[in-house]
Ligand binder design. Structure first.
Ligand code: ZN
Length: 268
């Protein structure tokens, strides 16, 4: 079970493992917490600009999410339907139904119900900083950790992460492609909170055989193309370069040795 904040996050950070484990016959469940209403609208209209209709954006992104799940062969898609909170400090943070201001226990209760229904061996979500500080990602992390504690069901829990060396490599490729890519942090080195030093990453999963599916899942979120910089690499380059997904293991009842190369190590 992967718990994500918005439509498209499932493809960005876990598209490879979702496709790989589905191909290996494992039941995969995607829980998407928000409706993505703060994404771009048809024709690339930005939120808050005239012509940005949140209801239309929600409907479009639901369709795209379903197409992405089809590309990744996700077994079950569950949506919690909270309103996208937008970036930190946006007025959307405080609107009724916004995920960020929903009490953690309330949303965690709903997620716990799904955990009891599907009984996942493995749960994947973000780290406590939501990887890069987006309020909905932080909230997805909080409700996931609360729901795991409530149910005590998953044998293993992981947070998505990126090794520091991969940032350097990625920056180099984007530069080579002439893509303007805003470093998430000032300076050449990533900040201490973004990603992890390579030796702190516990789990390196080879997803190289599933690069095409992952690219197709990303491409399914066509309305957000401007925000998904991976798409600018083109499919061939993407498949060649993005053949690995990395995680940090934060809960384990199997005793599988670290580092490991499989989220299901110790379970089969
Ligand atoms: Zn997101």
């Amino acid at each position: 079970m992967a718990v994500h904040a918005h439509p498209d996050d499932e493809a960005t950070s876990t598209g490879g493992v979702l496709a790989r484990y589905a191909a290996e016959g494992i039941t995969t469940v995607l829980v998407t917490c928000t409706d993505g209403r703060c994404g771009d609208g048809p024709g690339g209209v930005k939120p808050g600009e005239p012509g940005h209709d949140p209801a239309a954006v929600v409907a479009m992104r639901q369709e795209e999410l379903e197409a992405s799940c089809a590309a990744l062969k996700v077994s079950h898609l569950e949506t919690l339907g909270y309103a996208d909170s937008g970036m930190m400090g946006w007025p959307n943070n405080e609107l009724p139904g916004a995920f960020w201001t929903t009490p953690v226990v309330e949303a965690a209760d709903r997620l716990a119900e799904l955990i009891r229904r599907y009984r996942p061996d493995v749960v994947v979500t973000y780290d406590e900083n939501g990887f890069y500080g987006h309020p909905d990602h932080i909230q997805a992390h909080r409700i996931t950790m609360a729901a795991v504690a409530m149910t005590d069901i998953p044998a293993k829990v992981y947070w998505t992460t990126i090794p520091h060396t991969a940032f350097a490599e990625f920056g180099r490729v984007m530069k080579e492609l002439g893509v303007e890519w805003a470093e998430p942090d000032a300076g050449d080195a990533p900040g201490p909170q973004l990603g992890l030093p390579d030796d702190e990453i516990t789990t390196w999963v080879d997803t190289s055989s599933y690069g095409t599916q992952k690219f197709d899942a990303l491409a399914a979120h066509a309305s957000q193309t401007e925000n998904i910089f991976f798409l600018r690499m083109g499919r061939d380059r993407f498949v060649e370069l993005m053949g690995r997904e990395t995680f940090v293991r934060v809960r384990d009842t199997t005793g599988a040795a670290l580092p490991e190369d499989d989220l299901f190590a110790g379970l089969r």
